[in-house]
Write a new protein. Structure first.
Length: 557
């Protein structure tokens, strides 16, 4: 335990030469005593662009209260956030994944510039969760991340609904299966208050993954956004970061190969989002641990699917919280001998110790027992083949089809594909192909929830397949392969597909192939031309030049 806790902030606050800095700090109301204490950065992702992060000012005040009670001085700062749900289906959605890098960069810059002794990051929407943790990895000072929490489900025609239902309602309306008044009623009631999207979509997937990883305190992320218990949890989180500082426990002590495998197992067991593949590989990159897409398939093969959670299942995050929370899922993985139980967490206890304290609500139906899983293997698979030489990601939670062959319907952007779906030009048996939507080609690797949900809403979810070099929302379900790599602009085979080419999904063999010979693929590439970049200046163009393949986490270093 270090004798001096302000070992970083002292460079700004101590000595005669720092009198100007102290003068400026005092102008904001800080006293000499407060300036002499450890400075804890409160990295808040509050923003008014979405419900996911809208309530985070309330939580940051509670965190600051806890830091002060434990002897630290909290210094709050803000960063950006992009709403996946609100920008979905527009050009603006291309900014979402790019925002992950900006979130990480901005937190790192403020933390380095102001020499914080520790950090608490508050996340909400999808990209703020990995973005904040990427920054914590880079800084590697005592720190933790706390998630703002899930939204409560809405009520529509007597049953629970989420934003997923609204996206699928658009398809139902286009297919004349829902009236305009019904769609409006659904729209009015799907999102009752603040909080991140309610199913095991990307936000709740990453929240669970980071509790399993150990960088979020077990039990705190689970608490719903507007539950009063969240306030008390945030006070405790503020005190906890001071404990980490006293014990000099850093992200590199917590985020290891073993803890990353715990996080992957949690994603697979819960039927979580395919975006977890991108984000966990990015986290591994930042902390210096080797992790590949093959690790996801290896772990998924031995991990049973236990979470009956939307979009593939019946329940939402608030139901999981009532059932026993993430700690209950960890107990299942511990009992299955899948969890690396000696991995350290920010509570200063091991993940095994946390899992042992799980309290299961009697007769709960959300987390299945080990002897009665939804499926014997996990919710994610990695496919390779002549269409995805570097691999692609497929979520199989809730999907019954193991093989599928159909003719390609090829589109060069999401908008064209959505129009074809809306105009009911996609038929049962088709394989929808959306290309030039990858990290570089988009740029920004848009999610395709508008298209996938519309297909489900029109009743085609069980009779078509889709593949893209872009991404999927955590709310996507069905036979949908994303993150095709290499992407089209990197001369991936997806670039030369034509309407009518026969494409085969073979999940047992982990293959995604097109019945086109290598000779024909080479021939087609001779006449293929790289499309002109959509952006030639600004952050979008910069990102396109720097970003790596999806198989490497789409990182920009």
């Amino acid at each position: 335990m270090p004798d001096k806790l302000n070992t970083r902030s002292c460079f700004i606050t101590e000595g005669p030469t720092r009198a100007p800095a102290r003068a400026m700090l005092k102008s904001m109301g800080l006293t000499d005593e407060e300036i002499a204490r450890p400075m804890i950065g409160i990295a808040n992702t509050w923003i008014e662009t979405m419900p996911c992060n809208f309530h985070l000012r309330r939580l940051s005040e509670k965190i600051k209260q806890g830091v002060r009670q434990a002897g630290g001085t909290p210094i709050e700062f803000n960063t950006i956030a992009i709403s996946d749900g609100i920008t979905m289906g527009t050009e603006g959605m291309k900014t979402s994944l790019i925002s992950r890098e900006v979130v990480a960069d901005s937190i790192e810059l403020v933390a380095r510039g102001h020499y914080f002794d520790g950090i608490i990051a508050i996340s909400g929407c999808d990209k703020t969760i990995p973005g904040t943790v990427m920054a914590l990895c880079r800084m590697n000072i005592p720190s933790l991340m706390i998630y703002g929490g899930s939204i409560a489900p809405g009520k529509f025609q007597g049953h629970d609904v989420t934003i997923q239902d609204v996206f699928e309602g658009v398809g139902k309306f286009a297919a004349h299966k829902m009236t305009a008044d019904e769609l409006k009623d659904l729209e009015d009631h799907a999102c009752p208050a603040a909080g991140a999207c309610g199913g095991q979509f990307t936000a709740n997937t990453m929240s669970m993954a980071f509790a399993a990883l150990g960088i979020s305190p077990m039990g705190m992320n689970d608490i719903p956004a507007m539950d009063s218990k969240k306030d008390e949890a945030c006070i405790q989180a503020g005190k906890l970061v001071m404990e980490l500082l006293k014990k000099n426990i850093r992200p590199a002590d917590i985020i290891t190969r073993k803890s990353l495998e715990n996080a992957i197992a949690a994603v697979c067991a819960s039927g979580g989002s395919t975006n977890a593949v991108l984000h966990l590989i990015a986290i591994a990159h930042e902390i210096g641990v080797k992790l590949s897409i093959n690790d996801f398939d290896r772990i998924s093969k031995k991990t049973p699917l236990l979470g009956d959670l939307k979009p593939g299942g019946r329940f939402v995050a608030t139901d999981l919280y009532e059932a026993g929370g993430v700690r209950l899922m960890m107990k299942r993985l511990l009992d299955a001998k899948i969890l690396h139980e000696d991995s350290l967490t920010v509570t200063t206890r091991t993940i095994g110790e946390e899992a042992h304290e799980a309290e299961e609500t009697p007769e709960q139906k959300v987390v299945r027992p080990l002897d009665h899983p939804l499926k014997p293997t996990g919710g994610l698979v990695i496919l390779k083949g002549n269409l995805a030489p570097e691999g692609c990601v497929l979520k199989v939670a809730g999907e019954k089809r193991l093989t599928f062959t159909g003719p390609a319907r090829v589109f060069n952007c999401e908008e064209d594909a959505f129009k074809a779906v809306k105009d009911q030009k996609i038929k049962a048996g088709d394989v929808v192909v959306i290309r030039y939507e990858g990290p570089k080609g988009g740029p920004g690797m848009r999610e395709m929830l508008g298209v996938t949900a519309a297909l489900v809403g029109e009743g085609l979810g069980d009779s078509v397949a889709l593949l893209t070099d872009g991404r999927f929302s955590g709310a996507t379900h069905g036979l949908m392969a994303g993150h095709i790599a290499p992407e089209a602009v990197d001369r991936g085979p997806i670039a030369i597909l034509k309407d009518g080419d026969k494409i085969t999904f073979d999940i047992p063999k982990r293959r995604l192939n097109v019945t086109v010979s290598q000779a024909e693929i080479k021939k087609r590439f001779k006449t293929w031309k790289l499309p002109k970049p959509r952006y030639t200046s600004g952050v979008m163009a910069k990102y396109a030049k720097l970003v790596s393949s999806a198989t490497k986490g789409a990182v920009t270093s």
